[in-house]
Design a protein around this ligand. Structure first.
Ligand SMILES: Cc1cc2nc3c(=O)[nH]c(=O)nc-3n(C[C@H](O)[C@H](O)[C@H](O)COP(=O)(O)OP(=O)(O)OC[C@H]3O[C@@H](n4cnc5c(N)ncnc54)[C@H](O)[C@@H]3O)c2cc1C
Length: 163
């Protein structure tokens, strides 16, 4: 489950300011931890689950009373993040093929991350480079999580050292 929070207006001081939460989950079929019913659920049950995970214990009833929750199924975007195994999606250029390639989000690229423009571009670069037998290969996938500069910046941000 991922959540993004914010104020609907420019500042929380505005009289009609409303706090919003946009959340998404990819394990819709998993058993719930806090709500009573599994399967098809309504907004109140989703909010109960969210508030439970966020440990709002004593405030949760007041929040539930004042919250509006609009459930929304988004199968296309969710499909990109579902667990998958090698073989579920075709390689960009499947073994043995000389004049066919798959490009876009639904083919397999090692180490890359879907739901990005880069992924689609890199699949096209692989397709052209492989089918034409070019020496030039697509640029390597940038691994920010192992870059000391990124880690140092993250450390500073997490310890409020930028303020
Ligand atoms: C809300 C949202 C936010 C995003 N934010 C980011 C972001 O911040 N950074 C990032 O890197 N990526 C982001 N993405 C993902 C990124 O937009 C996509 O991964 C990328 O655009 C996919 O590019 P594509 O060319 O493979 O496919 P698409 O851009 O989907 O292009 C496919 C094209 O094929 C056309 N088409 C489909 N069927 C047919 C047909 N039968 N005949 C002819 N044409 C057809 C479609 O109309 C479309 O124009 C976001 C996506 C969404 C939805």
């Amino acid at each position: 489950m991922t959540d993004t929070y914010g104020w609907e207006t420019n500042t929380p001081d505005e009289a009609d300011a409303r706090f919003y939460l946009v959340g998404g989950g990819i394990a819709a079929m998993a058993a719930a931890a806090f709500m009573i019913r599994d399967g098809d659920v309504i907004g109140r049950e989703i909010m109960t689950e969210v508030l439970g995970h966020l440990q709002f214990d004593s405030d949760s009833q007041a929040i539930l009373k004042n919250a509006i929750c609009i459930p929304c199924m988004m199968p296309f975007i969710t499909s990109q993040f579902m667990p998958r195994e090698e073989g579920d999606r075709p390689q960009v250029v499947p073994a043995g093929y000389k004049n066919l390639a798959f490009i876009g989000q639904y083919c397999e690229l090692p180490n890359d991350v879907v739901f990005t423009v880069e992924y689609s571009i890199r699949t096209a670069q692989w397709a052209v480079s492989s089918l034409l037998g070019l020496k030039r290969k697509p640029p390597k996938v940038y691994k920010g999580a192992t870059d000391p500069r990124v880690l140092f910046k993250a450390f500073k941000a997490l310890h409020d050292m930028d303020a």
